[in-house]
Design a protein around this ligand. Sequence first.
Ligand code: ADP
Ligand code: MG
Length: 443
Amino acid sequence: MQQAWKRSLEILRDRIEAQDYENFISCLHPVAARDRNLLIEAPNRLAIDLITQRYLNLIEEVLSQTVGWPVRVLLQPPGAVQQELFPLSVPVRPPADLSRKRPSSLIPKYTFANFVVGASNQFAHAASKAVANQPGDHYNPLFIYGGVGLGKTHLVNAIGHQILDKYLERRVLYLSSESFMNELINALRRDRMDEFKNRFRRIDVLILDDVQFLAGRERTQEEFFHTFNSLYEGHRQIVLTSDKFPKEIPDLEERLRNRFEWGLIADIQPPDMETRVAILQKKAEVERIELPHDVALFLAANIDSNVRELEGSLTRLGAFASLNKCEITVNFARQVLQNILREKDATITIESIQKVVCEFFHIRPADLRSKKRSRSIAVPRQVAMYLCRRYTQASFPVIGDRFGGRDHSTVIHATQVVDQRAKQDPTLRATIERLERMLECRG
Ligand code: ADP
Ligand code: MG
């Protein structure tokens, strides 16, 4: 990416006025790349706003041409991640501020100030900030996907809050896809479709949570399609979340899937150890729970599935400590949470899957990453991809990357093929079961 960026700079130099190039473009530098997104650091907010208005489209166009696939650029101020990863204090919104705010469907406590940024959610966070700062301008729709309890609902509510803070007059509507469907059903039943349509088409920002819920609901999809189009054409911001990548949502009309992919797609991965500790500390401060560092480490080491569980364990611990009027120690935590804390079993990673599959099929890990397409390699490769999807939280693009830089569509295809064949082919099914047992024993 660094090289692509260098080459793009040369092209941009010819296409942007010298003064602007010197002031705003030459000082940019990429800090991270993920899937098809490039995170670029700009010197300050002013520069970010200006570049977004004048040059973002051009930068994306040039970069995309240089690398040969569509690239989305996210601009962020310097050090945004590290600063927020270990916050010194928790900025709690003063009550006066809340009362000044107009009532909205947003969940009050889910703000950017309460969101901890780490490597696992850095892109989704940067994308959300960008959308919150300039709703409707770029990245439309913003599609955030990731596993359960990883902070999707929190992030998209934060977008809504920030838009309301910044643009007092904007109408922001947050709702779950399920509510959308229920409101539609009610409107149909009471013959109030005009009202329904008007309501959704009058808003400036629509945040629809958990769109995977639309799977198989044709009537709701159709209505949402029209809502989407009318908002999109009016340059209104649309924000969507899902527990799946658009291509992976079953029974979704092609035209909707297609639209979900128009804007920016950002994933949230499970948080790493440091981020888990930072989340616990922030939550402890907000809830005024005295949480010693060693206990935070203990919890973070033992609960790595999702943030909701992590928070739940802390709340429980806080409640027990105050009931028993005692301090929170590692031993106390172990007792209170014994049901929740499974002994941390060796985790299954892409590497461990590749290793087990290679042993089983007598091939080398390099073969899995190679371009070889003979059956003796292609089948194990597909099976390995399938297992990665099942046993790790890695996204399709990440898996593709670890299998010799393959495209995410290849991984999606592989998982579908294996899934299908396993249903018909008992030998393949047995093979997969063997591999699963090997994985579960060994991690
Ligand atoms: P999802 O919608 O992805 O299932 P939620 O947004 O409901 O997840 O998050 C679950 C809980 O974890 C919420 O209480 C949320 O505030 C918290 N949470 C998740 N990620 C973070 C984070 N990065 N920083 C702070 N809290 C987080
Ligand atoms: Mg949610």
